[in-house]
Design a protein around this ligand. Structure first.
Ligand code: MTE
Ligand code: MO
Length: 240
């Protein structure tokens, strides 16, 4: 696949940074914006003023990541109010709290993170519950062939085939860089799909629904590949 799939805006291929650039909201302008002094954690809420396009995705932080959100502000959730619903074509739908997820066996994966915009963060540890374990607990019913992910930002969605979802390197992640996932990075719980571009790793995960067909996600509706394989990924998960 192309290294940098582009979203399409009214038929024309336009990258997210190009969209911001056309609006005069480039990285240089943002570097002087006062909200940066409030620190990166304040970024998502404060950036809503720039959310003209419905896109928020800007400067690299010192760790190399950029923070992306397709909405201007996202509610904060923690152990007191976080819920993850697993349902759809399953025998035993279930809602997990953060403590429920913490009590399940945890898997740690160290892999390079790559965004289609060209930045990468090598050897990033993620840790959490294997998605396969949650699917097994739910009991996928015969017509189930794909998984749809929804987020408590109210906008982002993602998808995987059932085969992809059952890979050993796909996590419902609670930790990133060996710390609880921060709000800005999609905490308390995000998806982590190690063998694919980072857009597959839905932040602020709130719903996992087994479907009979792949439902393209937010960026996929806007021109991204549904299969987000990284170059060199083992597409058949020989390790599983
Ligand atoms: N809910 C949600 N998840 C999302 C996104 C988003 O905008 N909203 N952006 C995706 C993209 S394109 C990337 S590169 C990563 C960015 O993750 P980060 O903000 O933790 O660096 O999240 C992915 N998951
Ligand atoms: Mo991305």
């Amino acid at each position: 696949m192309a290294k940098k799939p582009r979203q399409r805006v009214e038929g024309a291929p336009v990258g997210r940074r190009a969209v911001l650039g056309m609006l005069g909201v480039g990285a240089a302008g943002l570097a002087t914006a006062p909200y940066l002094q409030r620190g990166w954690e304040g970024f998502l809420g404060a950036a809503s003023q720039f959310d003209v396009t419905g896109l928020t995705g800007l400067l690299p932080n010192p760790g190399g990541f950029r923070y992306y959100s397709v909405v201007g502000s996202v509610p904060h959730k923690d152990a007191t109010n976080y819920e993850l619903r697993v349902g759809g074509l399953v025998d035993r739908p279930k809602t997990y709290t953060l403590d429920d997820l913490r009590a399940l066996p945890q898997t740690r994966i160290v892999h390079d993170v790559l965004c289609t915009d060209g930045w990468r963060v090598n050897k990033t540890p993620f840790e959490g519950v294997r998605l396969a374990d949650l699917l097994d607990a739910a009991g996928v019913r015969a017509p189930g062939a794909a998984v749809r992910f929804t987020c408590f930002d109210g906008a982002y969605t993602e998808s995987l085939t059932l085969e992809q979802a059952r890979r050993s390197d796909v996590l419902v992640a609670l930790n990133m860089q060996d710390k609880p996932i921060t709000h800005a990075h999609g905490g308390p719980v995000r998806l982590y799909v190690a063998p694919m571009y980072f857009y597959k790793s839905a932040k602020w995960l709130s719903g996992i629904s087994v479907t009979d067909t792949v439902v393209p996600g937010y960026w996929e509706e806007r021109g991204y590949a549904v299969d987000g394989w990284l170059d060199g990924a083992d597409r058949h998960d020989a390790a599983a």
